[in-house]
Design a protein around this ligand. Structure first.
Ligand SMILES: [Zn+2]
Length: 672
């Protein structure tokens, strides 16, 4: 899919040799390739955009104009535009301007935006006939803010010390998905970065407690308060989350209210038949809703009772547990609304509520927003549709629904993943199925995977705009890489291999001690076929690799990616390549062992092949193991005390030891 309109019109006329000073303020032509190159700097790519020329002026000759009564987000748009031009953010206004940018809220020109999806965020940019004014128009402040973001990216791209190029452009733009955000991690440290990419939502787990004198208290850790204090400034909606309800007991809930402890069921299960819990939950909602800048609270339903169920008291036993919980949350919200009438409610599902989701969705008041989350089904990199089928008709009826999903390779293990195709696939599914929001999780730190986060910003706004290849190229331009085409080739070579590997939960799936590790499965002749996914959820070791040909192709591609990365000369990408190449080569070695190791051992004739394959398995994992910390050193912040790759390093060491032991059991001496 190409940008729907990417037109560059040559401004015809006789341009005699003139100095820059003579050209100041006069429109100059922009060729089609120049316009396309300029647009590489814009992310997300606007839906409809045509750069028809440019005006070169001194930055202080640009006048930014808006109404004196502009709402805060429009005033912020003005500040950011001035900042981008090197002008004092808070004025004074430019004297004798040569070029003017106006920000107009709700003017007649904005009426055409009314029919667009998420019209509150839609905007237009139009030049006047003389190309001396760019008018930004929108129906709501957020739309104008985003018009300003687009212009900032274009202006910064061509800014020089004493002059800037203002694009003479026509833009009509709006997002496919309304709420685009992240939760957790260090997202709070990246508010402006996220906002510059038109991300507009953030959640953090808040601290919901009950004191010994029975007061329900609310708090946000200092680093999370940033989201509340500064998020709205940048158009980011901060939403505190009340953690999965069965996890509240750790904060003393049952010490103060022993009657709330579920009768039977898993530790932490709450008795929802006791009205006092509704009072406590209502107090928490009110506590958060009265913090400045907060308009909504998200209550996370119980995450996992591990088959032990919830409270079994006579009253609770009458109703399905998930329904009882949902009703308690809604009752608390209704109670909270008597004190804070406008507070909105979101509910996040879980694997525990999976069986009850549909019934709960049907009963929830229509204005309650639904986040679909399931630790196995929405925290997966597997190449499978993710949206719960029951949500699709609801979304079509206009119900607000969104997905909480992973952006990184695997949420509980730090590994590199430049995955344009992966994110493209997810975002297009969410947009196509009418999701209203997305809540991404990028661990352990955003800096470990900025490419994927930016890709989320790209396609959640414009799902049918850039292709993965075009996005990778534009990323490389924005990053200022020496050879964007080479980066693109690398990204499109390694990315799909990494997606196959991580989509197979490799190697992270080996952490699941409840399942036999691959060394044992190999020895017992129980390694599955390629493409096998256990119970529809456990994808290790090769759930997303469907054929031997695909595996072979991936090995060759990964090796090629290492070569491309060496040519690029950027350590982060070289190390990422070596890690992924190590992973996929270990899978190829494991697959070859699968055909020669039988429950009766290894045939004499196969022993040399087996020895080579065991060695290759261990060596390739060792390659990944020794490279992970080198990769981390290139992405982690200096002040960061933690080394998040330690877990993967340790796991890979265990996997190597397990396979060495298996080889020895089978009579293969690897040290000869
Ligand atoms: Zn009960």
């Amino acid at each position: 899919m190409r940008p729907s309109r990417l037109v560059a019109i040559m401004v015809l006329g006789v341009l005699v040799s003139t100095s820059t000073a003579d050209l100041a303020g006069k429109p100059q032509p922009v060729t089609e390739p120049e316009a396309a190159a300029w647009l590489h700097h814009v992310v997300p790519l606007p839906k409809q955009v045509a750069i028809t020329g440019r005006v070169v002026v001194a930055p202080q000759q640009v006048h930014i104009v808006t109404a004196d009564t502009a709402p805060p987000l429009v005033a912020q748009a003005v500040r950011e535009l001035r900042e981008c031009l090197g002008q004092p953010p808070d004025g004074p206004a430019t004297q004798s301007p040569v070029f003017t940018i106006t920000l107009e809220l709700g003017s007649e020109a904005a009426q055409a935006l009314a029919s667009l999806k998420n019209a509150d965020q839609a905007y237009r940019i139009v030049p006047d006939e003389r190309s001396s004014v760019l008018r930004c128009v929108a129906r709501e402040p957020r739309g104008l803010y985003y018009a300003a973001k687009t212009l900032q990216q274009l202006i910064r791209a061509r800014a020089e010390a004493r002059q800037v190029s203002i694009p003479i452009c026509e833009v009509t733009d709006w997002p496919d998905i309304g709420d685009r955000g992240l939760w957790g991690s260090d997202a709070c440290d990246h508010l402006r970065w996220l906002s510059d990419r038109k991300m507009n939502y953030m959640e953090q787990i808040a601290t919901s407690r009950v004191t010994e004198d029975k007061r329900a208290t609310v708090a946000l850790a200092d680093y999370k308060r940033v989201m509340v204090e500064h998020g709205p400034t940048y158009g980011i909606n901060p939403v505190p989350a009340i953690v999965h309800l069965e996890q509240l007991y750790g904060h003393g809930l049952f010490n103060v209210y022993p009657e709330l402890k579920g009768q039977g069921g898993k530790e932490g299960a709450i008795c929802y038949s006791k009205p006092v819990f509704i009072d406590i939950l209502a107090d928490w909602i009110v506590g958060y809703a009265t913090m400045p800048g907060i308009t909504e609270v998200d209550v996370w339903m119980t995450e996992n009772l591990h088959g032990q169920g919830g409270c079994r008291c006579a009253e609770c036993a009458k109703t399905d547990r998930d329904m009882l919980e949902a009703r308690a949350i809604v009752a608390a919200w209704n109670k909270a609304k008597t004190r804070v009438p406008d507070v909105g409610l979101r509910i996040l599902t879980s694997e525990e509520t999976a069986d009850g989701n549909e019934a709960v969705f049907r009963e929830l008041p229509p204005e309650v927003k639904i986040w679909y989350y399931h630790s196995l089904l929405t925290y997966t990199t597997g190449e499978e549709p993710m949206v719960l089928p029951a949500l699709v008709p609801l979304a079509r009826e206009g119900r607000w629904a969104g997905v909480c999903f992973n952006i990184c390779a695997f949420v509980a293990m730090a590994q590199p993943f430049t995955g344009a195709d992966f994110i493209h696939y997810r975002m297009r599914e969410f947009a196509k199925k009418g999701m209203s929001g997305l809540l991404g999780y990028s661990t352990p730190r955003l800096g470990y995977g900025l490419f994927n986060v930016e890709a989320v910003a790209e396609w959640s706004w414009n799902a049918n705009g850039r292709s993965p290849r075009e996005f990778a190229f534009s990323w490389a331009v924005r990053e200022g890489l020496d050879d964007p085409a080479l980066f693109t080739e690398w990204s499109q070579t390694l990315g799909p291999v990494a997606w196959n590997v991580y989509g197979s939960d490799w190697p992270a799936g080996e952490q699941r001690k409840a399942l036999a590790n691959v060394a044992r499965q190999l020895k017992e002749g129980k390694l599955p076929e390629l493409g096998f996914v256990l119970w529809g959820v456990y994808r290790s070791p090769w759930g997303d690799i469907k054929s031997a040909e695909q595996l072979d192709r991936d090995v060759v591609a990964a090796k090629h990616a290492v070569t491309l990365a060496r040519r690029m000369g950027v350590p982060t990408y070289l190390q990422e390549s070596l890690i992924v190449e190590g992973y996929v080569r270990s899978l190829a070695a494991l697959w070859s062992l699968r055909s020669i190791v039988t429950p009766d051992g290894i045939a004499e004739a196969d022993r040399p092949t087996a020895k080579r394959a065991f060695r290759d398995y261990i060596d390739s994992l060792d390659q990944a193991r020794t490279t992970l910390p080198l990769w981390e050193a290139t992405v982690r912040k200096e002040h960061e005390a933690n080394r998040y790759t330690d877990k993967a390093v340790e796991l890979l060491g265990e996997m190597m030891a397990e396979m060495k032991a298996t080889a020895a059991d089978l009579g293969i001496q690897l040290h000869e």
